[in-house]
Design a protein around this ligand. Structure first.
Ligand code: ACO
Length: 324
C-alpha cells in the first residue's frame, strides 16, 4: 500500500474583459495575421478591477466546491505566481484569510514562473505522500498584463491573465501505474539562462516590478526540448508509452511550441489540449486553467491518464503524469 495524491477538485477564473488581436493592433504595430500565425493566440483575458488574489480566491472556491470540501478542512495552501498583490505577504496567506481556513494552516507562494503549477503540485504531492498533510489546495494566479510593457509588440501580444486551482487529497494506491492520482512528478532548473526571460527590475535591483523581457528564439528552442524531456521522463519512469496517454496538457505559451512537443512525443494533435488561442500565455495558471476548463466541458474525464509539462523563466521546467 502506498499513499498517493488524487485530484478531487478543480477550478478556474478568467477576467471578463477580452482583448483580441485586432484590439492589440490599435495599440501597437501588429496584426491578427502576425500574432495568429506566430503564436496561435487570437484573444486573451485581461484584469480590470481584479487583483491576483481575487482571481485565486474565485478559482479556489470553485475547486473546493467541486471537491465537496470546506476551507476549514484544508491542510495546506500553495499559490504559484509571479504577479502577487504585494511583495510580501504571500498571495496564499491572503487567500487563506479570505477563505477562512483554520488558524495555523500553512500557506505560502512559489515562484517558478510558467513552471509554477508543476513545482507547486510536486511540493503538495510530496507532503501528502510523506503523511504530513491529508489534503492541499494548489492555486496558480497571474495578472501578467500588469508587468507587460504595452508599447512593446515583442511581448505584449503574448500574455494574458487568469487563475486555475486543484484540490489534492491523500488516497491509497498499490504503488504501480494502475493507481489513481499523481503517479510521478519531475522538476528542473538551469540558472545559466536567468537573463533569457525575466522582468527588467525587481525589489532589490530597481525597487519596482519591471516589465517582462524575453529572448523569444532562445525560449523557443530551449522550451521545445525541455517540455519534451520532462514529459518523456514521467511517461517512461512510470512504465508507460505515448500510446497510453489520453491527454497532454503542455504549458500554453505558443501553438508552434505545443505542436512541436506533441509531434516529438508521437502524440496525435487530438490528444494535445490547446487553450492558448483564447487564453494567451497565463504563465503558472495555464495548465490548471486548461485542465479545469476541459474537465468542466467533459472533454477530459475522471479516469483519464494525463501528462502535464511546463517550462518558464529561470529556466525552470518539469512534468507530471496523473490518472484523474
Ligand atoms: N507584430 C508584428 N511584428 C512583430 C511583432 C508583433 N507583435 N513582434 C515582433 N515582430 C517583428 C520583429 O520586430 C521582427 O521584425 P524585423 O525582422 O523587422 O526585426 C519580426 O517580427 C520577426 O521577429 P522574430 O522575433 O524573429 O519573430 P519570431 O518568428 O521568432 O516569433 C515569437 C517571435 C513568437 C515570440 C517567437 O520567438 C516565439 O514563439 N518564442 C517563444 C517564446 C514564447 O512563446 N514565450 C512566451 C513566454 S515564455 C514561456 O512561457 C515559456
Amino acid at each position: 500500500m502506498l499513499i498517493r495524491s488524487e485530484i478531487i477538485g478543480w477550478g478556474h477564473y478568467l477576467p471578463q474583459k477580452v482583448l483580441t488581436n485586432d484590439d492589440l493592433a490599435k495599440i501597437v504595430d501588429t496584426s491578427d495575421e502576425w500574432i495568429s500565425t506566430r503564436t496561435g493566440i487570437k484573444s486573451r483575458h485581461i484584469v480590470e478591477q481584479e487583483l491576483t488574489s481575487d482571481m485565486a480566491l474565485e478559482a479556489a472556491k470553485m475547486a473546493l466546491q467541486r471537491a465537496g470540501m470546506n476551507a476549514e478542512d484544508l491542510d495546506l495552501i500553495i499559490v504559484a505566481s509571479i504577479s502577487p498583490d504585494n511583495t510580501t505577504p504571500s498571495v496564499a496567506t491572503r487567500v487563506s484569510g479570505r477563505l477562512g481556513t483554520k488558524i495555523g494552516t500553512p500557506a505560502f507562494d512559489i515562484s517558478a514562473a510558467c513552471s509554477g503549477f508543476v513545482y507547486a503540485l510536486t511540493q503538495a504531492d510530496n507532503m501528502i505522500r510523506l503523511g504530513q498533510i491529508k489534503n492541499a489546495l494548489v492555486i496558480c494566479s497571474e495578472s501578467l498584463s500588469k508587468i507587460v510593457d504595452w508599447t512593446d509588440r515583442n511581448t505584449c501580444v503574448l500574455f494574458g491573465d487568469g487563475a486555475g486551482a486543484v484540490v489534492l487529497r491523500a488516497c491509497e494506491g498499490k504503488g504501480d501505474n494502475t493507481d489513481t492520482g499523481i503517479l510521478d512528478t519531475r522538476i528542473y532548473a538551469d540558472g545559466s539562462h536567468y537573463d533569457s526571460l525575466k522582468t527588467l527590475g525587481g525589489v532589490s535591483s530597481t525597487q519596482n516590478a519591471g516589465f517582462l523581457y524575453m529572448d523569444g528564439k532562445e525560449v523557443f528552442k530551449y522550451g521545445v526540448n525541455a517540455l519534451t524531456q520532462a514529459a518523456e521522463t514521467v511517461i517512461t519512469e512510470t512504465g508507460f508509452s505515448s500510446a497510453d496517454i489520453d491527454w497532454l496538457i503542455p504549458h500554453q505559451a505558443n501553438i508552434r511550441i505545443i505542436s512541436n512537443v506533441g509531434e516529438k512525443l508521437g502524440l496525435p494533435s487530438e490528444k494535445v489540449i490547446v487553450t492558448v488561442d483564447h487564453h494567451g500565455n497565463t504563465s503558472a495558471s495555464s495548465i490548471p486553467l486548461a485542465l479545469s476548463e476541459n474537465l468542466e466541458s467533459g472533454k477530459i474525464k475522471k479516469g483519464d491518464l494525463i501528462v502535464i509539462t511546463a517550462m518558464g523563466a529561470g529556466f525552470t521546467w518539469g512534468g507530471a503524469i496523473i490518472r484523474l
